[in-house]
Design a protein around this ligand. Structure first.
Ligand code: WTA
Length: 656
């Protein structure tokens, strides 16, 4: 059986950047030349010019014990100093770091000087609570400025944060606190979500109480609580501290210490699709270098004039890298929004862009497709002319969603960067530099300068242009994960064993190279379907469906089939404007034929199910294995990682 993934989609549209954009672009073709000439020297230069080192490094990469990399190992720096104090010292203390908007309409502008002050005070509080280098602090917070301050105060002390997404349950929080052995938890009473206060502190109490129930001594000694929701909370005297009691009372004088480049910075748990969450471990100097660099050259960041907005929650890696670390390290001004895109009205995001003059929007395809579902009328009511660059991250963006993003949100003028990376890679690995290349809707295109990737077959051989296979990283990169917390064997097995003889990192994604050698992501390899011996990618068939003007969103799976091995089953969300005028049966039949015409009879779905929702994780990724259960008529498997656990019963009922 062929191990290649067949390529079906043919997308030929191209968009060159405008001359004006090219003239001011931060990322230039020379970066690719420099990186190609001497990759390590290139990264060493970035590290030296973009960051402040208290002790300069002399060694760039130590790869003597693969896959355990050390970058800039003998250098010393303080990550929080790099993100805050240095901008104040450079005279930019009055620059706004955060334009914060609460879901309930609250507003705060936080300058670099104010943020630095707050972080120093919190660092003093944490020191008083006994937090020292290497200790773990769990952060379980809404999207409020204190969440960023908490991350940076922990980093300032050389301690390690583990941010747990605020939508996770007490159980998930408990297992993450336990795995990391956190000493302190920083949380809030609650935060605004979907128009009401969603409580957080009770989940912390529950997560910690269970230890006592079992007669076990948990590791947590203190809980610091920000007052945000105003909801009633229970209080454990001696353990719990209000932020507003302890932080303002602490001194704003704090002398930072420099830590080695490889000092751990954070653990971030990724659930994966099965098994125990993996605590992905990132360290300091290499991570901050690649984060800062990619934010400059891919987001074309002009810190003095841009208003940057990455919409990700700090509970995900995108929030870590492109909300907390990169924009602040670059001294940028950014928007931070607490709530959901449709509260209190479906135009909330566009309202925020108009209000703050956002220049750069970095969002997930799942959000874009949900806006497509409700229609262009809503964004059209707002002035989005301040936008000059759009970005996408987290999933493949279908060409039609890309076109919609460009036309409706970007006013047909903004470049779009499609950025591929992972929690494990720490920062972007693939993206166009928007002033350098033409963009292609649906393709992430080229590795970032200094990053070495390939698409290979099962033997690890380059597939060649025009072919599909497995995406690998062939060389270590600065922001790469340094391991899985407490489980070095699992780190090696999960990412390095498949191509051990070549020393490649395998990301788990399928990709193809087009005739120009540009990369098109094809989805997770586990989701690839096998129809009559043809290996078909989920992404391409989904993109064909989304290309039909009636469709807002689609997910396909391979369902067991007696004749073809697997058959394509499609779950489709229809745009609201079409639902009223067409019958479900008619639409399903039309879409079946449509896919056949667009990409060939082999990909024609056996079943098309019109549904209202798709099962998604809390970070917006479609959980195809649950749809496979439905398509194969099985009982639906574990739904605990879904954002909305009721979705599957609705889908099952609709399918029946
Ligand atoms: C997927 C998010 C296609 C991919 C930063 C990857 C993408 C996983 C893209 C990592 C993209 C991310 N095009 N697929 N531009 N970006 N992915 O850890 O499957 O939440 O392996 O990191 O998301 O998800 P994670």
């Amino acid at each position: 059986m062929s191990t290649q993934i067949d390529h079906l989609l043919n997308e030929t549209r191209r968009f060159a950047p405008k001359k004006k954009f090219v003239a001011q672009a931060v990322g230039t073709p020379e970066l690719f030349e420099e990186a190609a000439a001497d990759r390590l020297e290139f990264w060493a230069n970035q590290a030296r010019t973009l960051l402040h080192w208290d002790k300069p490094f002399t060694q760039t990469l130590d790869w003597s014990n693969p896959p355990f990399a050390k970058w800039f190992a003998d250098g010393e720096l303080n990550v929080a100093y790099n993100c805050l104090d240095r901008h104040v010292e450079a005279g930019n203390g009055e620059r706004v770091a955060l334009l914060w908007e609460g879901e309930n309409g609250d507003e705060r502008r936080v300058t670099y000087a104010e943020m630095t002050d707050e972080v120093k005070r919190l660092a003093n509080v944490l020191t008083d609570l006994g937090i020292v280098q290497g200790d773990r602090v769990a952060i379980y917070m809404p999207m409020i400025p204190e969440a960023i301050a908490a991350m940076l105060a922990v980093a300032r002390l050389g301690a390690i944060h583990s941010v747990v997404f605020g939508g996770f349950s007490a159980d998930s929080l408990r297992s993450r606190i336990d795995d990391a052995g956190a000493k302190v938890v920083i949380t809030a009473d609650g935060g605004y979500r979907k128009g009401k206060v969603s409580a957080l502190k009770p989940a912390v109490d529950l997560a910690l109480a269970d230890h006592n129930g079992m007669g076990e001594q948990g590791t947590v000694e203190h809980v610091i609580v920000v007052k945000r929701g105003g909801n009633e909370v229970e209080w454990t005297e001696g353990r719990d501290l209000w932020w507003h009691d302890v932080v303002p009372a602490a001194s704003n004088v704090h002398q930072y210490e420099a830590f080695p480049s490889e000092n751990p910075l954070f653990i971030l748990y990724t659930s994966g699709t099965t098994g125990k969450p993996k605590g992905i471990l990132h360290t300091s100097g290499g991570y901050l270098t690649q984060a800062t660099f990619t934010n400059r050259v891919a987001h074309d960041l002009h810190p003095e004039t841009d208003v940057f907005w990455c919409t990700a929650d700090i509970g995900w890696v995108t929030g870590h890298t492109y909300v907390t670390y990169a924009p602040l390290s670059n001294g940028a001004t950014q928007v931070m929004y607490e709530g959901t895109p449709d509260t209190p009205h479906p135009g909330r995001w566009w309202d925020i862009i108009q209000k703050y003059g956002v220049t750069t929007l970095y969002a997930a395809p799942t959000a874009i497709r949900s806006f497509m579902k409700t229609g262009r009328k809503i964004p059209k009511q707002y002035d989005l002319s301040s936008l000059r660059l759009l970005g996408s991250v987290g999933e493949p963006i279908n060409p039609e969603a890309w076109m919609w993003y460009r036309k409706v949100i970007g006013g047909k003028k903004t470049p779009i960067i499609d950025t591929w990376w992972q929690t494990e890679t720490g920062a972007m690995m693939i993206s166009v530099l928007p002033g350098v290349a033409e963009t292609k809707p649906g393709s992430a295109q080229v590795p970032i300068p200094g990053i070495s990737l390939d698409v290979v077959d099962e033997q690890g051989e380059h597939v060649g242009n025009g072919n599909g296979g497995l995406l690998v990283s062939t060389e270590p990169w600065p922001a790469m994960l340094r391991g899985i917390w407490g489980d070095p064997d699992r780190f090696v097995e999960t990412y390095w064993e498949k191509f051990a003889d070549k020393g490649y990192y395998f990301a788990g994604d399928g990709a193809r190279l087009d005739e120009d050698g540009d990369v098109w992501l094809l989805g997770r390899v586990d989701d690839v379907m096998n129809v009559s011996g043809h290996r078909l990618s989920t992404t391409e068939i989904e993109s064909a469906l989304v290309a039909n003007e009636a469709v807002a969103e689609a997910a396909v799976v391979g369902a067991a089939d007696e004749t073809t091995g697997q058959a394509v089953a499609a779950f489709v969300i229809i745009k609201e404007s079409y639902l009223a005028e067409h019958s479900i049966e008619g639409l399903a039949q039309e879409l079946r034929l449509w896919v056949g015409e667009q990409i060939g009879p082999i990909a024609r779905p056996r079943d098309v199910y019109i549904v209202e929702e798709l099962p998604k994780t809390r970070s917006g990724k479609i959980m195809r294995r649950l749809l496979k259960d439905v398509a194969e008529g099985r009982e639906v498997g574990d739904t605990t990682t879904l954002a909305d656990t009721s979705v599957m019963s609705v889908i099952s009922a609709q399918v029946r």
